[in-house]
Each structure stands twice: as structure tokens, then as C-alpha cells.
Design a protein around this ligand. Sequence first.
Ligand code: GDP
Length: 202
Amino acid sequence: MIMIVKSAEFVTSAVKPDQYPPPQLPEIAFAGRSNVGKSSLINTLVNRRSLVKTSRQPGRTQLINFFVINQAMLLVDLPGYGYAKVPEAVRRQWGPMVETYLKQRPSLRAVVLIVDIRRTPGIEELNFIDWLEANGVRCILVVTKCDKLSKTQQKQSIIKISAELGIPEGQLLRFSAKTRQGRDAVWSAITQLTAAEVPAHD
Ligand code: GDP
């Protein structure tokens, strides 16, 4: 199905649960290593150039940002992890803040985990996927920056990433913010999960 984005607006930023918006709409959260292309993915999904500001300053306070789409679902930008230049204090805050969100958010339908097609995923990604599974949170895997590699190289990379993560190749969604390749497939994965509890007659 083709997703038509009629409206996309920033709702609020939060560090702790009492700052989250009310959990009234189904919600999809986005996670990935800093610089992986998370902002670009969300902006491409919603057809806005800079709804989500790219994170150029790794040292600043990390926040969970909520956006409302078509007044029907929330997209949540989780702070990027694994940035070497992030001060220790900020890094220590990431785990608990994100873990609290993922554990306590009743409206959360899935996490979109983004990895770079040119990079073999590391321990952070493996741990994160294990943690999501252990906590019953669904995961949509998006492999981004596909435009950086040839079709043949993409195929080889997908095989490697699939083996490393222990996730079937067919579950890795290839994406590029530059060419918009994969945008519809990512929306399909999202709407399948956000529509799950919408009454059939609606
Ligand atoms: P974030 O830190 O994860 O939010 O990453 P950004 O979305 O800010 O992207 C980091 C850098 O990668 C920026 O220079 C983007 O222009 C670039 N980038 C993001 N997605 C793509 C993509 O699909 N293709 C290419 N070629 N560059 C991308």
C-alpha cells in the first residue's frame, strides 16, 4: 500500500516518561548508530526535508523526539548510539533513557533498527536485537545508504549482515534516502504494525 503523508509535525522532546505525550496513537521508534542515516530515513518517509534535524553535535543532551503523522501515528526518534565523541556522562544516560522508553511505552508497536549497508553490524546491534526480543518488542530492520554500493555489492553485504545478525535476508529492508529506494516497503512494514489494532470497520 502507498502511504500518503498529509501531515507531519513535531510533538515534543522527552527524557523521562512524564514528558512523553499521552500514549493514544500507535507508535514506531527509530534507532541506530549516530550518523547511520536515521534522520534522513524519517525525513524521507514523511517527505520533509528537515522535520528531523540531523545530529551534528554529538555532545549535546540526547532527547527522545516525538512526531505525529496524519494525526494517526507517532514516529519516535531515539537518540543515536555509539558515537565515539559523546562524553561519557551522555553515553551513560543513553541506555537507561532508551530502555525505560522501550519498556514502559504501551503504545509502542515496533522499533525500526537502521544499519549501514557498508558496515558489518557490531555488538551494539546484536545486543539491541536480543534485548528487543527478550522484551517482546518487534523489530523492523532497515539497511540504509544502499545507493553507496552496486547491486552486486549490496547483495554481498546483505548476506553478511543477515549472517551476523541471525536474521533472514528477506527481513532486511533495503533503503536509500538519496534514491528513495525502499520507502514504500518501509511504510508497508510500519503500517502493518500500526494498523494492527485499528478496528476493522474503521
Ligand atoms: P543520523 O545521525 O543517523 O540521523 O544520520 P543522518 O540522517 O544525519 O545522515 C548522516 C549522513 O549520511 C548525512 O551526511 C546524510 O546526508 C548521509 N545519508 C543519510 N542517508 C543516506 C543515504 O541513504 N544515502 C547517502 N548517500 N547518504 C545518506
